[in-house]
Design a protein. Structure first.
Length: 177
């Protein structure tokens, strides 16, 4: 497994624009678009250069808040929790006996659990799910015969109804046998 830093492609400006389109005025919006993420995965090397991975990924939460006038519902708060299962083909290029770089391409079957309040009252918002593209690049450093130190960047695309992307930078120890 690996631990990482997830960043959502959403901003306070995006939230303010959406509220303004509904007629809101005097908008003060904030978005916390970063969180800690993690993944647990397994894989199989078909050859020295080609393998497959499957695993569970939790990309944490994005939280937003806005106050506004002109329409009802202020203050508005929202929290979206994202996780899912990924599957990918992995191409590895060994640079020497201990260092290798890799790229991956696959899918992410995601689930977005949404909660929201409007003027302090919980609002029913539908959860979302889907399956979209994920890509990644990384490097691994052999520590022992069975342990590697691994660092990577992954992008999960078209998440949610706003079709935003989420990037995760992660590092961890992997065990091979």
């Amino acid at each position: 497994g690996v631990l990482g830093y997830a960043k959502y492609d959403v901003s306070a400006g995006d939230l303010a624009s959406a509220l303004q389109a509904q007629g809101a005025t005097g908008i003060v919006a904030s978005v916390d678009n970063t969180d800690t993420g993690y993944k647990l995965f397994g894989g199989y090397k078909i050859t020295q250069n080609l393998g497959v991975e499957v695993g569970y990924t939790n990309l944490g939460s994005v939280k937003s808040r806005a106050t506004f006038g002109g329409i009802a519902g202020s203050p508005l708060t929202a929290k979206n929790d994202l996780d899912g299962f990924q599957f990918a083909a992995v191409a590895t290029l060994p640079l020497n006996e201990t260092l290798a770089v890799f790229g991956k391409l696959g899918g992410f079957a995601w689930s977005l659990d949404r909660t929201q309040t409007s003027a302090g009252v919980a609002v029913a918002v539908p959860d979302e799910d889907g399956t979209d593209l994920m890509v990644g690049l990384g490097a691994s450093l052999k520590l022992t015969e069975n342990l590697d130190l691994r660092a990577e960047w992954e992008r999960y695309t078209n998440i949610g109804s706003n079709e935003g992307d989420v990037d995760m930078l992660s590092a961890g120890i992997t065990f091979g046998f």
